[in-house]
Design a protein around this ligand. Structure first.
Ligand code: PEP
Length: 251
């Protein structure tokens, strides 16, 4: 049976005590969930949440990391520091990093390779803006983000790479791509991955959907052939909404 990858991106929310409370609740309520689960608290709560997750199967994720191992990089957090805290996966290329902090494909690619070199899993986010979609540039944007983001990544480490397709117009807006639309775009992404790595490798790659995933739409999205999981923002901030998404099979 297919095992889905459901990840929560807590963004810039939760103090340490709030993060510990939510993580503890999730550990209890998801102990019987068979899907692969990750939560990505803010950097300041990683250490405390890492303690909470010990002994559970929930993976500790980070929302970003610096492009260097160490050095004079004020304000950055290194892959080595993340590993030291028990982080197992890192979200890279999120649209908020691309658009609000002007991260380029080249910078994202440097981070992807660094995270993989140090044994972390990577969730590489790709997605088009409404303007790009309406201007007929959906495919060229996604092709570019995938090819540039994965440049130089060997096929031997693809089992640690997840792609998250997140249409920018659907993030935090309450607008979701229809399951049919999302599935078609996922199929396109899988085709690009096949061009890069071959059909068999592309078939095995996990492609999450992200963009206003909620308990009400999770099962319909997950039912689609090319959708292998979800990257959840707003609805991951409460156990009442994240648990039913992770347990979408019960709905
Ligand atoms: C996200 O931030 O990756 C995301 C998909 O957010 P939301 O679920 O709130 O749209």
């Amino acid at each position: 049976m297919k095992r889905y990858f459901i990840a929560g991106n807590w963004k810039m929310y939760k103090t340490v005590s709030e993060a510990v409370a939510l993580a503890s609740d999730l550990v209890k309520k998801l102990s019987d969930c068979g899907e692969k689960i990750m939560i990505a608290p803010p950097f300041t709560a990683l250490q405390a949440v890492s303690e909470v997750l010990k002994g559970s199967s929930i993976i500790l994720g980070a929302q970003n990391m610096g492009p260097e191992e160490s050095g004079a990089h004020t304000g950055e957090v290194s892959v080595l520091m993340l590993k030291d805290l028990g982080v197992g996966a890192v979200i890279l290329g999120h649209s908020e990093r691309r658009h609000n902090y002007l991260e380029s494909d080249a910078l994202i690619n440097t981070k992807v390779k660094l995270a993989l070199k140090h044994g972390l899993e990577v969730i590489l986010c790709v997605g088009e803006t409404l303007e790009e979609r309406e201007g007929g540039r959906l495919e060229s944007v996604l092709r570019g983000q995938l090819a540039e983001g994965l440049r130089g990544v060997e096929s031997s480490v693809l089992d640690r790479v997840t792609i998250a397709y997140e249409p920018v117009w659907a993030i935090g807006t309450g607008k979701t791509a229809t399951p049919e639309d999302a599935d078609a775009v996922h199929a396109f992404c899988r085709g690009v991955l096949a061009e890069l790595y071959g059909k068999e490798a592309a078939k095995n790659m996990v492609i999450q959907y992200g963009g206003s995933v909620k308990p009400e739409n999770a099962a319909a999205l997950m039912a689609k052939a090319n959708i292998d999981g979800a990257l959840v923002g707003g609805a991951s901030l409460k156990a009442e909404s994240f648990v039913p998404i992770a347990k979408f099979r019960e709905s």
